[in-house]
Structures are given as C-alpha cells and as structure tokens.
Design a protein around this ligand. Structure first.
Ligand code: ADP
Ligand code: MG
Ligand code: ZN
Length: 474
C-alpha cells in the first residue's frame, strides 16, 4: 500500500516592535543578559501588563497579509505551566478568541502554485532563554515578554519540500510587511512541525506527531525527510502510531520521543484578568489596512506581466525592493524594458556595490538609462562602447548622447571607413582570409576581431562581417 504525509506547521515569529508586549523594556537582540527587564516582564507579584498597541497593529496587519479575517473581538488568556524561563509561570496568549483567523498563503512550488490555509494567527509573548554552562545554568529574561505571533497552518502540506517553500513564502511576506525581520540567526522564527501519515487518498488523518522547536527551515525539512519514512515503516510493520511529541537531533539526524499523549500538559487556560478584550473599531482597522503592502509574489507576477521580464529578473526586484522601485521609474519611459532591466541588474547594481554608494547618490537621471539602451538598439554605439559610456555617466552624470558626442564614440557605420580597415586586416592576415574562403567560419571571427580592434571598438560589427565576407569571397 502507498502512504502519504499530512503536515501542519505552527510558526512563531517575533514581532518587530520597539518595546516588549506588556511593558516598556526594549525589544532588542544581543543586549547584556538581563539588562532589558523590569518588574512586569520578570513577573514580580502585583504588577500589571499594558498591551503594546504596535504589537496589536502588526498582528492585525499580518492577518491581512495572510488573507485572514481580523477579529472585532479578541481576548487574552493565561496558559499555565512551570518552566524556569517563564517567570510568571504562565504565558499570556490568545486561546479561543485570536486576533485573526481563516486565511491562506499562495506560493510558487514545483513550477506551479500551491496554497496552504491558515487556521489562525494569534498574539502571545516570548519566554526567556536558558543558558547552560559547564557547571551551572543561567536564565536571560531579555526575551521574556517580546511579542510573538503564532501562525497555525491547516494540515495542507504534503511534503518536506512543500513545508520548506511555505516557510520561505511566509517569511518573505512578514519581512515585506515590516512585521518581523525573521532573522533565523537571532532566533526570530521557530516552528513546531506536525506530521502524520495515512494510506494514500484516505480521508481520516493518522496520529499527529509533533516535532518541537525547529529553528531553521532546512532543519524542519530534514526532520520531515527523516520522520515521514520512519512513520510509514512503522505503520507497514503493523505498529499503531500514537500521538506524541518528538525532538529533532540535528547532529544525529533523527527524531526521538519527548513525551506521549498521556504526559501531555494540561495548560488550564483561563481569561487573562489583567487585560481587557481587544475590540478594534472601523477606524483602527482602516488605519491598519493602509499599511498593507504588495506581497512579494504579486510583485513578481506584476513585473513579469507589465514589463515582460523573465522570472529571475522579476525575482531580483522582489528581493531588492529599492532597486525594483528604481527600475519602475526607469521603465516608465522605456521602449525596451528588458534592456533597461539588464542595465539596472547587471551594471548599475555592480557599480553601486563597487563604489559603496546607493541609488540616492546617483548622478544621472533615470531617463539616461533608456537613452543608453536606445543608443545601442539603434546601432549608434556597440554594447561594448555602451559599457564605457555607462561608466562615464555614472561618474559624471552626463547624458549618454553627450558622452558619445564628446568622446567620439559613435559606431562607425560609414562603409568607406570600414572597408579600409577590412582591406588592411585581410592584407595583414592572408592565411585567415584563405582559411575562411576554404570554409573555416571561425577564421572570419578572427578577422572581424582585428577590424574591431583597429576601429577601437567603434565599427558596426554586423557591417564588418558583411564587408569582410564580400571582399574575401569576391
Ligand atoms: P493542538 O490542539 O494539539 O495544538 P491542533 O489541532 O491545533 O492541535 O493542530 C496543531 C497543528 O497540527 C496545526 O498546524 C494542524 O494543521 C496540525 N495537525 C493537526 N492534526 C494533524 C494530523 N493528524 N497530522 C498532521 N498535522 C496535523
Ligand atoms: Mg498546538
Ligand atoms: Zn519589562
């Protein structure tokens, strides 16, 4: 019998706010241990949390970007458990009334499109961090109380690769929306991977195995690549899988049992008595709506459709938003958008890196790039000369046509001048001419090169080829 995998992900993302969720401490990575703490985030008795509006706003915005409904009535709940990095002995989260739910993420996958539905995205708080030394352990509470968005997917994912692409798409969206920096190195994204197997085509899902706390997307993919065959093999042997939580051992490349269902936590959720339910009005939601940005995939598709760019070019403008914005200014007056894109991606980008400058420092006007493309397209200058003109216009800000004029770089299409260079090249290289005449096509390229050199790159290459051929074959 054939089996298939069923996968659902719970992704935790740290929100990009200035301060923590319930107090004014800085939400900042890398500070000295326990320097960004106060009685509220240390969970001292008698203190009261105050919700950070930026956290609420970003949660709602994330919901909109994930095509979710934003709730008019969200509330907070206490999830009770004891763990040394959770000083209050409970975590504030949203249990039955999350800020946002029922959405989806569309992304490119295996040459087509895939969709993963989002069950909910709710707001909670991060915990501190345990650090283990040789002989003791310490807790750093700087992270305690940092706003955390938990995005729960439907079990729509069918393979490790699809899980990986979904996570990347999710990350791109959240970075685009300014919701999180999603810096994996800084632990800003972690996910729990839920996976089961079932006979192919079966309706009912198998027992859910949860692999906790993956801190890289490739780790999540590898864990699934291990876990799915493990489950299939077990089922084929007649074992009955039971719901359990496992841990991924990255070094060994295996998962191992952490706890079974019988040992599962009972979190005793109850409404957080110190926070009012959150009931945003129309004006508040409309203000969040204004922050909705074009999603990365929509941007890519738009660049491909409106400017007829190939996918890799469009993707470059998705990853480099300012460069894409600049290209859009250029393309407004472009006859040849692809030509303009080539200059922006290949030449301009390299020049900016080389000179450590930014688009704001550019001396030439955006129209100048179109002018340059036009000069090449009309045969006025060769693409090789165009490089020289570009370097000059980047340095001085002068218009390309003016540079061509000033430096006498215009391509020579004057047949008389080219004929003379051709005669000289044939006279100086009689063997090449004879070879070409005898059928060796490469010999012509050599002669062509000689003529181009003699003309300092200014001869029209197509014309040079024609003239040489005519002269030799005559
Ligand atoms: P819990 O209440 O234990 O957190 P949920 O039903 O809320 O479980 O689901 C948590 C995550 O697990 C979701 O992403 C969901 O899509 C996924 N999931 C649920 N059941 C299964 C299953 N049988 N196989 C794989 N994933 C599942
Ligand atoms: Mg869960
Ligand atoms: Zn604090």
């Amino acid at each position: 019998m054939e089996y298939e995998a069923v996968i659902g992900l719970e992704t935790h993302v740290q929100l990009k706010t200035k301060s923590k969720m319930w107090c004014g401490c800085a939400n900042e990575f890398g500070a000295a241990p326990n320097s960004n703490v106060c009685p509220v985030c240390l969970g001292l008795p008698g203190v009261l949390p105050v919700a950070n509006e930026a956290g609420l706003r970003q949660t709602a915005l994330a919901g909109l970007l994930l095509n979710c409904e934003v709730s008019r009535y969200a509330k907070f709940d206490r999830k009770n458990y004891f763990y040394p990095d959770a000083p209050k002995n409970y975590q504030i989260t949203q249990f039955d009334k999350p800020s946002t739910q029922r959405g989806f993420v569309d992304f490119e996958f295996q040459g087509g499109m895939a969709r993963v539905c989002i069950t909910r995205a709710h707001l909670e708080e991060d915990v501190g961090k345990n650090i283990h030394f040789d002989r003791q352990s310490g807790v750093d509470f700087n992270r305690a109380g940092v706003p955390l968005l938990e995005i729960v997917s439907e079990p729509d994912i069918t393979s490790p690769d699809m899980a990986y692409e979904y996570l990347n798409a999710l990350k791109d969206i959240l970075v685009y929306g300014g919701i999180s920096d999603c810096d994996m190195e800084k632990g800003m994204v972690r996910c729990d991977v839920n996976v089961s197997v079932r006979p192919k085509g079966a309706k009912e899902m198998g027992a859910k195995i949860e692999i906790k706390n993956m801190n890289s997307f490739s780790g999540a993919r590898r864990a699934l690549e291990y876990e799915i065959p493990r489950q299939i093999e077990a089922v084929k042997k007649g074992e009955k899988l039971r719901q359990e939580t496992r841990r991924w051992d990255d070094a060994a490349g295996i998962t191992e049992v952490m706890r079974t269902k019988e040992q599962a936590h009972d979190y005793r959720y109850f409404p957080e008595p110190d926070l009012m339910p959150f009931t945003p009005d129309d004006a508040w939601i409309a203000a969040v709506q204004k922050c909705v940005v074009e999603l990365p995939l929509a941007r890519k598709q738009r660049f491909m459709r409106d400017y007829q760019l190939p996918a890799p070019d469009a993707q470059t403008f998705v990853w480099d938003v300012p460069l894409g914005g600049y290209f859009e200014t250029v393309v407004k007056g472009a006859k040849n958008p692809k030509g303009a894109a080539n200059w922006v991606i290949n030449n301009l980008r390299a020049k900016l890196t080389e000179t450590q400058t930014t688009l704001a420092d550019l001396k030439f006007k955006p129209e100048a790039l179109n002018e340059l493309v036009g000069l090449v397209d009309s045969g006025k200058i060769s693409s090789k000369i165009a490089q020289e003109v570009f370097t000059e216009m980047f340095a001085s800000g002068d218009a390309p046509a003016a540079i061509v004029e000033k430096k006498g770089l215009a391509q020579v299409s004057d047949t008389g001048a080219i004929e003379k260079f051709c005669d000289e090249a044939i006279a100086a290289n009689p063997k090449s001419a004879a070879d070409f005449k005898a059928g060796n096509a490469n010999a012509l390229n050599f002669l062509k090169g000689q003529v181009m050199k003699a003309s300092k790159g200014k001869a029209n290459p197509a014309l040079v080829g024609e003239i040489l051929e005519r002269k030799i074959k005559a």
